[in-house]
Design a protein around this ligand. Structure first.
Ligand SMILES: [Zn+2]
Length: 415
């Protein structure tokens, strides 16, 4: 955050308007999810043939049948529960039942069906149900040998929110495909709906020699993708209003540790305070107010990973990684983050090692996937295909099982 003076009053006014904005977008999302849910309920009803009703209906719970490997019974109970939940029109009961159906179908190897139900949960369940649905999506892609997508879901999981019944299995499955040298996984500007960068209003970056770490000074939880992307757009509006070419920082890290590309690295930033300070200087900002709050662990890890990646990629020396307050008189990046910075900055040895393992390109997890699009309300597969200039067929092939419903926050692989 630019702070010509200590600038606390500016920060306060930004805070309240952003919080309002986040709250408003949340309630809209919820309404949207409800609407989509209703449509999906009507549209999907009985599309998947229920197994024939046997004379003796199984009476146990889905999870007990899963635990004992009785998948046919688990499937029968799961679909029966889903019908009951739909009759009750209770959205959380529907989400829970869909989660069970998704799990059972995943375990039966019917991945397209499984994903259809799991995507639906991802759009409307509680935080725990959404995370658990994503864990099952990760397992589903893993079992289908689609490791790039599997890893993308796995890396975005919050272990404490995934059902403890499921987490150990997920962790075991992904031990085998975790890459040895982890490159920072940067979400491209398209993933948060960036407006075109006003390049005529910016200087070229030139040789990169340093990195400055900031905080956004906005105390808001951006753990969900919807909140994080909404905040990216909000920061963009604020920085456009200052007459800048786009967001002043190059990268922004949200509360869950996702890294978002903010300003193309080809252009000099607007973050350190003046032209001289911005020259050859990459701006990295962490969402949050770390004068007030501690830095979440996931965000710390992502910051360390990004700094390592940037230092090795651009040849920046560790002593050129600084907090904003080291360059000028400001509270940025906040006392809590400033104290951590030495720990998050890579050592010379780590940089040398990362350079040798320089194989996985940034913002690409391989598997022919160029990037991931985060679904926003109103998206359709054909609209996404048009936006990225790919054919609908190619997009469908890269995302089996998503054709029946797109939910805000889903990740769509763009080939
Ligand atoms: Zn700053």
């Amino acid at each position: 955050m630019r702070a010509a003076t200590p600038g606390v009053s500016t920060v306060r006014s930004t805070t309240s308007s952003t919080v309002r904005c986040v709250v408003a977008s949340r309630s809209n999302l919820w309404r949207g999810a409800l609407l989509v849910g209703l449509i999906a309920t009507v549209g999907c009803s009985h599309r998947h043939a229920r197994p024939p009703v046997t004379s003796v209906e199984p009476r146990g719970s889905v999870h007990d049948y899963v635990a004992t490997g009785q998948f046919a019974k688990a499937r029968q109970v799961a679909f029966r529960n889903l019908d009951d939940a739909r009759d009750s029109r209770n959205p959380s009961a529907i989400a829970r039942a869909e989660l069970d159906v998704g799990e059972v179908m995943m375990r039966l190897g019917e991945h397209e069906t499984a994903r259809r139900y799991l995507f639906a949960v991802d759009g409307r369940g509680s935080a725990r149900e959404r995370q658990t649905a994503r864990a099952f999506l990760a397992l589903s892609y893993h079992r289908a040998m689609e490791d790039a997508l599997a890893r993308t879901y796995f890396e975005r999981l919050e272990p404490t929110l995934v059902s403890p019944r499921v987490w150990p299995e997920v962790e075991r499955a992904f031990g085998s495909i975790a890459p040895r040298v982890v490159r920072a996984d940067v979400q491209p500007r398209t993933a948060w709906g960036a407006a075109p960068f006003r390049a005529t209003n910016a200087d070229p970056m030139g040789p990169i020699t340093r990195i400055t770490v900031h905080h956004t000074a906005i105390a808001a939880d951006t753990t969900s993708i919807a909140d994080a992307t909404s905040q990216m757009r909000s920061i963009q509006r604020t920085h456009f209003a200052r007459g800048w070419a786009g967001i002043g920082y190059h990268y922004i890290i949200d509360s869950a540790g996702r890294i978002w590309e903010a300003r193309p690295i080809a252009y000099q930033g607007a973050h350190a305070g003046n032209h001289e300070l911005n020259r050859g200087n990459i701006g990295v900002s962490l969402m949050g107010d770390f004068e007030q709050h501690h830095v979440p662990k996931a965000q710390q890890d992502a910051c360390a990973q990004l700094l390592l990646d940037l230092c090795s990629r651009h040849g920046v020396r560790p002593d050129e990684v600084k907090g904003h307050c080291d360059l000028k008189h400001t509270q940025c990046p906040g006392a809590h983050l400033a104290r951590l910075l030495a720990e998050l900055t890579p050592t010379r040895t780590a940089i040398a090692q990362a350079k040798r393992g320089h194989s996985v390109p940034i913002a690409a997890s391989g598997g022919g996937v160029r990037h991931y699009h985060t679904v926003v309300r109103g998206d359709t597969l054909s609209r996404i295909a048009r936006r990225y200039g790919v054919t609908l067929t190619a997009l469908r092939r890269a995302n089996p099982g998503t054709s029946d419903g797109l939910y805000p926050g889903n990740l769509i692989a763009v080939p």
